[in-house]
Design a protein around this ligand. Structure first.
Ligand SMILES: [Zn+2]
Length: 220
């Protein structure tokens, strides 16, 4: 499919010929300004191209629902670390070297290879240096990165890097468990039905005892 065919017309683009082409160079073509409408239009195309009748009763609202769903499941593109943390950083008030652990953070993400969901839990630990971050912010960070097209390894590393960048701790470790529906649905074990990924920064890299303590605290 080339670029010309891919242009989405927006929410009113439903009732057009299957083979109609749209030329970007023509001023009459509306450019995509409403992402939901554009996705809606693309879903309509998918339905048509898998052999469905997108205009039958049961499917009439489906492109709209899927578009809204994608916007929700991929809302992480509209977020950034600074806004999420939003100044919720505090001076360390207790013993140096104490591990802060936030475990069992449920997430749902979408694999970038198939745009199918993968879900699981994330466990995050860090050793504060000068700053700690509000505990509720860590699940929100996980969510932000999860709600983008992902591979689990990158999700894990992005959470670790974001925390490291925000509060410059002595160490960060992130463990993510994921259940990949693209693997189970398609019968391919390529990137793991049940997969574990870890990221270590700072002292977690060098100190096996710290890593063991973290695993113990999260019950692994
Ligand atoms: Zn996949």
């Amino acid at each position: 499919m080339d670029n010309v065919e891919r242009i989405a017309l927006g929410s009113n683009g439903h009732h057009r010929d299957k083979d109609q082409l749209f030329d970007l160079t023509q001023p009459s073509v509306r450019l995509i300004s409403d992402p939901v409408a554009a996705i809606e239009d693309s879903v309509y195309q998918i339905l048509m191209n898998v052999g469905e009748d997108p205009d039958r009763d049961g499917l009439v609202r489906t492109p709209y629902r899927v578009a809204k769903m994608y916007r929700e499941l991929l809302e992480g593109y509209q977020q950034d670390v600074e806004t999420i943390i939003n100044g919720a950083m505090f001076d360390v008030e207790y013993g140096e070297g104490e591990m802060v652990v936030v475990s069992d953070i449920e997430y749902s993400s979408m694999c970038e290879h198939h745009m199918l969901p993968f879900t699981g839990k994330a466990h995050v630990a860090y050793i504060p240096s000068k700053k700690v971050v509000g505990l509720s912010k860590i699940p929100r960070l996980v969510d932000m990165f999860a709600r983008r097209l992902q591979v689990q390894e990158r999700l894990t590393n992005e959470v670790a890097d974001a925390l490291e960048g925000a509060i410059d701790p002595d160490g960060v470790m992130v463990v993510v468990k994921g259940n990949h529906s693209c693997a189970s649905l398609r019968g391919v074990k390529k990137h793991g039905v049940n997969m574990s990924t870890t990221a270590q920064r700072g002292v977690f890299r060098s100190d096996k005892d710290l890593r063991d303590e973290f695993y113990r605290l999260i019950g692994k």
